[in-house]
Design a protein around this ligand. Structure first.
Ligand code: ADP
Ligand code: ZN
Length: 545
């Protein structure tokens, strides 16, 4: 029998495995239930395809998207590996052909959707075909804690009951701990072996910039990357179309992609992008799953993503070839308010709470003055050894620090004097002596701290409070309406502890880089894409992903 390396060479033309692939494959071949967590582009498919060849018999692959299955099958068949997909679009003859091949033991891999997989007659039909392995791709879809919950995945627990002796491999690029545990529990995996790859995408540079003149920024950025392929993620369908139209007007080759377009149009956009005839795709999050284009050179988030997980997934589509690429997020608090409004409008209690929590983490990422890469990795329980990653805006262009002891004490005093817990807006309003109706009604303008910090801006307070939370002097609680309280550390601060450093002002250089105001084509329509909440325009299918 061929060794693993011989099979790899013979069918894939590769001479070595990517990190963890070989261990994962060996675990599967030894008959273990296995959980493989590898970042996008980490080579998950091989982890079940190679065992399928080696084991003989049939490997059943559960995959959420028909379009994904089609690509996989084409590429498997090109490698002389017999594979087919069972789905609702098959005609009678195609289906009979697959049935015959199954009965004759000719197929190595059979792809199915989760819905089909749990139909009783389908599972019965697998009783006598020599099932050797079950692979569950995008396994995070089983968890409500993940960013892409698919209720039909829940029923896959049945697989383990129907085929207790067949090993299961669950694959995902989502490493959040709760989700991992949930996958194991929901699928009923027994003593699974777990493999977690690194999530550090070293070739990606991460940047967050204030969303001031977003269209001008796009024009400048894309102008500088005219020959590169890139994705611009937007929140609403309408926005994708407007921005793509605008980019075309400037002479860029851009098209829109969202769930509201016909299947044919979507395919056309996707194909054009992969072939390189379309350079820029302005898309909602509906775009990307399963797009194996190695040379995406940039991903721009025109609007705020809804969670760190989605952000990581979406940026993960850049630079799969390992070469340098850029991910830029345009951040504004208006966007976070807009998403919040939509979530509250469309969700039910628990769901909204969870979604708001995730949104808050995303805002924290944007407002953080620490290394972006470290922030992302920490989210996946991975640490970063080097102090300075050298490839994110906060590391290459660190914000200067100031002695903020006085400011920190002022903020702490304010939080202490307030009669109840309040959010950042009220705290900064009180310190600045704002004449807001709510502050007056609550009698907060009678507090000694009222107006004691007039010379600082709302923005500064916002940054400092976020930083004091990071430093452990303040704590935030409440998912829907986050409020701030003092920690023990914060109390000590009030009583004149050590010096506290806080982020200083944004330098002129950083400001300029963030929001260029001169571009080659200045005739921009002033009111385009203002980011107003537009109930009709949002890609509903993707809102609660
Ligand atoms: P994932 O599903 O984890 O995102 P894929 O299975 O699509 O990743 O693989 C990502 C890319 O890596 C593909 O282009 C694939 O051909 C390539 N790849 C997979 N295994 C190897 C290997 N051992 N050596 C080189 N390239 C590989
Ligand atoms: Zn960094």
């Amino acid at each position: 029998m061929n060794t693993l390396h011989e099979l790899l060479k013979k069918h894939w033309g590769r001479t070595s495995f990517l990190p963890h692939q070989e261990e994962i494959i060996r675990s599967v071949l030894e008959g273990n239930d296995t959980l493989a967590i590898l970042a996008t582009g980490g080579g998950k498919s091989l982890c079940y395809q190679l065992p399928a060849l080696r084991l003989g018999g049939l490997t059943l692959v559960i995959s959420p998207l028909i379009s994904l299955m089609k690509d996989q099958i084409d590429s498997l068949n090109a490698r002389r590996i017999p594979a087919a997909a069972y789905n609702s679009t098959l005609g009678f003859w195609d289906r009979s052909k697959i049935d015959e091949e199954l009965a004759a033991g000719e197929l190595r891999l059979l792809f199915v959707s989760p819905e089909r997989c749990v139909q009783p007659n389908f599972l019965d039909s697998l009783a006598n075909v020599g099932l050797r392995l079950i692979a569950i791709d995008e396994a995070h879809c089983i968890s409500e804690w993940g960013h892409n919950f698919r209720p039909e995945y829940r029923q896959l627990a049945r697989l383990k009951r129907c085929f207790p002796g067949v090993p299961v491999i669950a694959l995902t690029a989502t490493a959040v701990k709760d989700v991992r545990a949930d996958i194991v529990r929901q699928l009923g995996l027994s003593h699974p072996r777990k493999f977690v790859g690194s999530f550090n995408r070293k070739n990606i540079e991460y940047r967050v910039i204030p969303k001031k003149n977003p269209l001008q920024f796009l024009a400048t950025f894309i102008g500088q990357h005219r020959d590169d392929a890139g994705i611009v993620y937007c929140l609403s369908k309408k926005e994708t179309e407007e921005i793509a139209r605008e980019l075309r007007r400037w002479g860029f080759s851009a098209l829109a992609y969202h769930a509201g377009l016909s299947a044919k149009t979507r395919e056309k956009v996707q194909d054009g992008f992969i072939k390189g005839t379309v350079r820029v795709v302005c898309a909602t999050v509906a775009f990307g799953m399963g797009i194996d284009k190695p040379d995406v050179r940039y991903v721009i988030h025109y609007d705020l993503p809804k969670s760190i997980e989605s952000y990581y997934q979406e940026t993960g589509r850049a630079g799969r070839d390992g070469k340098f690429c850029e991910c830029v997020l345009l951040f504004s608090r208006v966007d976070s308010g807009r998403i919040r409004w939509m979530l509250e409008r469309d969700g039910n209690g628990g769901q909204v709470k969870r979604a708001l929590c995730k949104l808050q983490e995303m805002v924290d990422y944007c407002e953080s003055t620490g290394c972006r890469r470290r922030f992302l990795l920490r989210y996946f329980d991975e640490s970063l050894e080097e102090e300075n990653c050298g490839s994110c805006d906060t590391c290459t262009d660190p914000r200067q620090e100031i002695d903020g002891t006085v400011q920190a004490q002022m903020i702490a005093a304010c939080v202490q004097q307030l009669p109840a817990k309040f959010g950042i807006e009220i705290i900064s309003g009180v310190l600045r002596g704002a004449r807001a109706k709510r502050i007056h009604e609550l009698g907060l303008d009678a507090l000694p701290v009222y107006g004691s910090g007039k010379k600082f801006s709302r923005e500064e307070y916002r940054t400092w409070i976020a930083d004091l939370i990071r430093q452990g002097c303040l704590a935030r609680s409440g998912d829907e309406y986050p409020v701030i309280s003092l920690t023990a550390e914060g109390f000590r601060l009030l009583h004149g502890r050590d010096r506290i450093m806080l982020p200083g002002p944004v330098t002129a250089e950083q400001g300029w880089r963030s929001a260029p105001d001169s571009v080659s084509r200045p005739e921009l329509p002033p009111r385009l894409c203002t980011g107003e909440a537009d109930p009709a325009g949002v890609d509903d299918e993707t809102l609660f992903l």
